[in-house]
Structures are given as structure tokens and as C-alpha cells.
Design a protein. Structure first.
Length: 295
């Protein structure tokens, strides 16, 4: 890592031809210039550099690596990118997400001081840009992400992380980001979340969470986490493990309710479902208003 950039942005791509240029345009706009992008190609397509060049994006800080497979999984692709990274800090980013220009400049100092840092997130419908919900109530300063906050409303939290912690992603359907954050919290106890929403998480109709089998994949992921805890494959502090078990049992029930709602045509996506629950005032006390339980 000596002599490398400060931040390595890790971007797995699988059929990201319509979104990657938009994602990288937001990276090129960062006020912190000391970054590299490591793009892990997981669909076997060698044409992404040409696609970006056609969009006017060419920068020596952007590098491509291959996962040596097709659809090997988001966690594996992120780990491939992580292995090729040269930065002190790792910043995972989805290929269909975008960042505000000040995101890396804001989070990098916090991550250096605390081991990890992240930010509020806007959840949008990709088709029309409609705001489904905002994870945290907006404001200035930071709040602490601890186990209670993560498990109460586990939106995809993508922190900037000190690579010296040595934490990698675990392939679990739907839940890889949650498991990664649980491993972080097991190590750190908590880390800061900037209240400003500096990342946009887009709900695409063809995303994994909206696939026809999403309900079954989510339940499999939730049960997989519980099985990993029971078998010792996932080792967490006893108090944290107890909270995870209770949370994931609740998620199994909530996921089943989503499946019934989607089958009846009431909602099309999981995030739309939890946004509707939020508007109806359901969920835990911390979830009322703008926040509710989500994947």
C-alpha cells in the first residue's frame, strides 16, 4: 500500500453496461483526487473500457480486473478487487450507485481515525428517479452505527474501511453487505455515519433484490446467516450474535409478508414495500417515519 492512492474504490460489474459510466462520472467528480477504481468484471465482457471511452471516460486511475468466471457473486468480485487494490482505504461501490462529490473527502479522514465510516443514503427508483426513502433523518454531524441501528434498518451500508482490519466479504445471498458490517462492528463496536446523504442507491427493476426469485433468495440468505452462527462459520461476540439471530428471524417473517404483497400486485420491489410500511407507521420505534426494517 506504500506509495499507492489513499482510497481504492471497489466496483463489481455484472451486466453493468447501462450504469457503469454514470457511476464512474460521480467518482471522477470527487473533490478528493487521491483514489483508484478497481473494477472487477464478473460477466466475462472485455468491452467495458471501450464502452467507457465512448462515454468520454478515460482515466489512468481506473483499472479492470477479471473474476475469472461469470456471475461468481458480488462478494467474490469485491474480494478480487480488494486483492488488487493498492490504497490504504477500501470503498466498495455498486456499479449502479452514484456519489456526491464530497463523499470520499468527507469519509476518508473519519475512516483513518476510526477504522471505518459511512454516510446516509437516498434510495431511488431507477426508472423515474422517484425517492423511495431516506435511510436516516437528514442533519449535520454524525451518528454511530452500532448493531442496533444496523439490524433495525439494514439498508446497503457501504463504508470506507481501513484495509489493515483485514475484513473480507462473505458470499451470502442478499446479505453480503450486512455480514460485512457485522464483522466490522464485531471488531470496532461502532463507527460513524455522516448524516448527509452522499450516496444514491438505485432500485433497478432487473436487480438481484427485484428478481422473480428474490423472496426465495432472501429467505435462503437469512437462513444461511443463522446457520453460519450455529455452526461457528460466522463468529461474533455472544451479545451481537444474539441480536443477529433475533433480527434475522424477524426478517424471515417480513420477507414472507413482502412475498405475499408482491404476489397480489401491491408492490413491485422490496424497498417500495418497506417504504409503504414506513408511510403506514409500522415497524419498530426506531423505524417510524422515514426508516423501517429493510434488506
Amino acid at each position: 500500500m506504500a506509495g499507492g492512492p489513499l482510497v481504492s474504490v471497489l466496483i463489481p460489474v455484472y451486466r453493468a453496461h447501462t450504469t457503469l459510466a454514470r457511476c464512474l462520472a460521480s467518482l471522477l467528480a470527487q473533490t478528493l483526487p487521491d483514489w483508484e477504481a478497481v473494477i472487477a468484471v464478473d460477466d466475462g465482457d472485455p468491452g467495458y473500457p471501450e464502452l467507457l471511452a465512448a462515454a468520454g471516460i478515460a482515466d489512468p486511475r481506473i483499472r479492470f480486473v477479471a473474476t475469472d468466471g461469470v456471475r461468481t457473486g458480488v462478494a467474490h468480485a469485491r474480494n478480487v478487487a480488494l486483492a488488487a487494490a493498492r490504497g490504504r482505504l477500501a470503498a466498495p461501490l455498486d456499479a449502479d450507485d452514484t456519489m456526491a462529490p464530497e463523499r470520499l473527502a468527507t469519509l476518508a479522514p473519519l475512516a483513518l481515525a476510526r477504522g471505518a465510516a459511512s454516510d446516509n443514503v437516498q434510495i431511488l427508483e431507477d426508472t423515474d428517479g422517484a425517492l423511495l426513502r431516506l435511510w436516516l433523518e437528514p442533519g449535520e454531524g454524525t451518528v454511530e452505527l452500532d448493531a442496533d441501528r444496523l439490524l433495525d434498518d439494514p439498508v446497503p451500508v457501504l463504508p470506507v474501511v481501513d484495509r489493515a482490519l483485514g475484513i473480507r466479504w462473505v458470499e451470502v445471498p442478499i446479505c453480503d453487505d450486512v455480514v460485512f458490517n457485522l464483522l466490522l462492528l464485531d471488531r470496532l463496536g461502532s463507527y460513524p455515519i455522516v448524516r448527509r446523504a452522499m450516496r444514491v442507491y438505485r432500485q433497478r427493476p432487473d436487480s438481484e433484490c427485484n428478481a422473480p426469485d428474490a423472496v426465495f433468495r432472501a429467505e435462503a440468505g437469512y437462513r444461511r446467516v443463522l446457520a453460519m452462527l450455529d455452526s461457528g462459520e460466522l463468529v461474533l461476540r455472544p451479545e451481537l450474535a444474539q441480536k443477529v439471530r433475533a433480527s434475522f428471524r424477524r426478517r424471515i417473517a417480513l420477507n414472507a409478508a413482502f412475498g405475499r404483497a408482491r404476489a397480489r400486485g401491491w408492490v413491485g420491489s422490496y424497498q417500495a414495500f418497506v417504504a409503504r410500511l414506513s408511510r403506514c407507521g409500522r415497524g419498530s420505534e426506531r423505524s417510524r417515519g422515514a426508516r423501517t426494517r429493510a434488506r
